[in-house]
Design a protein around this ligand. Structure first.
Ligand code: GLY
Ligand code: MN
Ligand code: MN
Length: 312
């Protein structure tokens, strides 16, 4: 790019040695990234299509799980229903049955189904004309009434959070609202007793159950660019998006609630440990965790949920 006598070269730094011009100048790169933040109607149509195709895969995955399939077989069902090879996918599908649902980036596929299938967490997308979907669904096994109720509670929270998406809203506020909602859910489900919601948030208990951010920009990259003009606040260090929402932005809303022993056990051993219902925790350990993730477009007067429009 040659502008006003200045030459800029954008590319892989390892390939640019000896090439004339300014290599990847910071100001140019961030200006180029900014052009990707507000999606055009064409881009939104591609993202909608990527959601529609992915949901066919999610339904097939759920059916295969409920029919007793292994993680490997669930992955094959997802690929078949989406007509997408692994190499074309926007990311390696996360398919966790039982305890594996609590491993945030679980990357293996067991070829054997467990004797007692208790839960399925599948985080899988599709790439359509370069644009990605990024969708997570959690399904309870037959007879898992407590876990099913917890999924329903998280789903209601997730829908309230999606309802917050609108121009002028701070994305960080949606993240903070998630922690309040997780605290209320822990109390309502009887996981915790005798501690109010604010204390659960302030003491970091909700962070043990929900350790990641509420989501990110979505586009030609799953974690699309330019999400952080400001660094994340100290209470949300992993948040990938810290901007005020504007029409045309596309975000994910992906609350989770997991039993992760390395995060939860120190809380159970701490001063609030006596307030946890251990038998409920122990029952949930075998189910691993829950995440529900939708792809949402910010419109001029609110939002469009592409995942729910696709039947998700
Ligand atoms: N599938 C990656 C993510 O949800 O961010
Ligand atoms: Mn995501
Ligand atoms: Mn995801």
């Amino acid at each position: 790019m040659n502008v006003n006598g200045r030459l800029a070269v954008v590319g892989d730094p390892s390939q640019l040695s000896g090439v004339d011009g300014e290599h990847n100048p910071e100001g140019l790169l961030s200006a180029l990234d900014e052009t990707r933040v507000h999606k055009t109607p064409y881009e939104i149509a591609c993202l909608a299509r990527a959601n529609h195709i992915a949901m066919q895969g999610h339904w097939a995955a759920r059916k295969t799980f409920l029919d007793g399939g292994s993680e490997f077989e669930i992955n094959l069902a997802y690929q078949q229903a989406t007509g997408q090879r692994e190499a074309q996918a926007p990311y390696h599908s996360i398919i966790g049955v039982n305890e594996h649902a609590g491993t945030l980036h679980y990357q293996y596929y067991d070829t054997e189904a467990p004797a007692r299938p208790r839960s399925l967490l599948i985080d899988a997308g599709v790439r359509f004309r370069g644009y990605c979907s990024d969708i997570t669904r959690t399904t309870p096994g037959a007879g898992e009434r407590r876990f099913a109720a917890l999924i329903q509670g998280l789903e209601q929270l997730q829908q309230r959070l999606c309802g917050m998406v609108a121009p002028g809203v701070e994305y960080v506020a949606i993240h903070r609202k998630t922690h309040q909602g997780i605290a209320a859910l822990l109390n309502a489900a009887g996981v915790v007793q005798g501690v109010d919601d604010e204390t659960l948030v302030e003491q970091g208990v909700t962070r043990a159950f929900f350790p990641h951010g509420i989501g990110h920009f979505l586009g030609v990259q799953v974690h699309d660019v330019s999400g952080k003009k400001e660094p994340p606040p100290s209470d949300a260090p992993f948040l990938r998006l810290t901007r005020t929402l504007e029409a045309g932005m596309v975000v994910t809303i992906e609350p989770g609630l997991y039993i992760i022993p390395s995060l939860l056990d120190p809380v159970l051993d701490g001063p609030l440990g006596k307030n946890f219902n251990r038998s409920v925790i122990d029952e949930l350990r075998g189910c691993g965790g829950i995440r529900i993730e939708d792809n949402v477009v910010v419109t001029h007067d609110g939002a469009r949920n592409l995942t729910r429009e696709a039947g998700g």
